[in-house]
Design a protein. Sequence first.
Length: 319
Amino acid sequence: MRQKIFLLFVLLCAAAQGAWAEDTYDYPEKTKPEFHTSYGGKSNVVVINTPAELAYITEHFSDGSGYDGNKDWSELNYYLNADINMGNSYSWMPLGRESYWVTRYEGTFWGNGHTITYMIRGLDEEDLGLFATINKDGKVYDVNVVCEIYTQRDYVGGICGENYGLIQNCTVTANIVSEDHDCVGGIVGKNDPGGIVKGCHVMGLVKGIGSAKYVAGITGDNVNGGNKPEIVNCWVEADVSSEHDNGATSAYVGGIAGHNNALIRYCCVTGNVTNPEDDKVGGIVGNNALGGHSGRHGTPSGTVEHCTFYGVIDNDHSR
């Protein structure tokens, strides 16, 4: 009897290991979605109705589609026509994330208030989220995301890993944990020059552990450049926390941004912000260039305007 129980235990362990193997993102069913010159008041869109169609798009993202002048799938416009649940048996491979490179999204994605549910575990890649990276011409509107992400890589967010484009009116219900790496946010890991996050809402938990740094409710790092990125009219009721254990570095934990070197305005945080082992923590930003609900001041190139914080800061060194 003991031998049978032990054998069953071994088989269950093997099955569990297989479930988190590197190829778990290979969703078993893939169906090519249809292209419509007009649908739901939008022109020239690919309509997504099923998980199998979304899986097909992510597998072929850098390929020619045969649609709209044979644009690549990464250049097409999308119309989400139903709630999509990718399940928890297969780790989601972000749109544009391939084994050794990233294809940036350059079209317009209309979510139409529908929800995409996905899980990411065991992917040894940077730029993780629903999309890997949204390019300067890319736009994502009105999509709700429910996600569970556990990663040991940089640039992680519920909508995308990096953003150079526009993310507007999106909601993320997150359980995101980043271990020993940089830039994790409820919406986007790193908001790059030109990136705009507008009217977005984050609930749940965003957490950094180990030596993870730049942890926040909207973006880990709001990065200045030729075109300043902006975070505008966003609301975070998620809890943001760090269990930073690397005394040689700082974690930079904030309700909106971990580090801000650009513009944040008209945002509200009602969740709690925790960084017990480090003084780089703030209700709005952990490290900001200028004043305004910041845990630390840096070089004079970041701005926080008309923002409010109603949560609690849990920090042994809080100011």
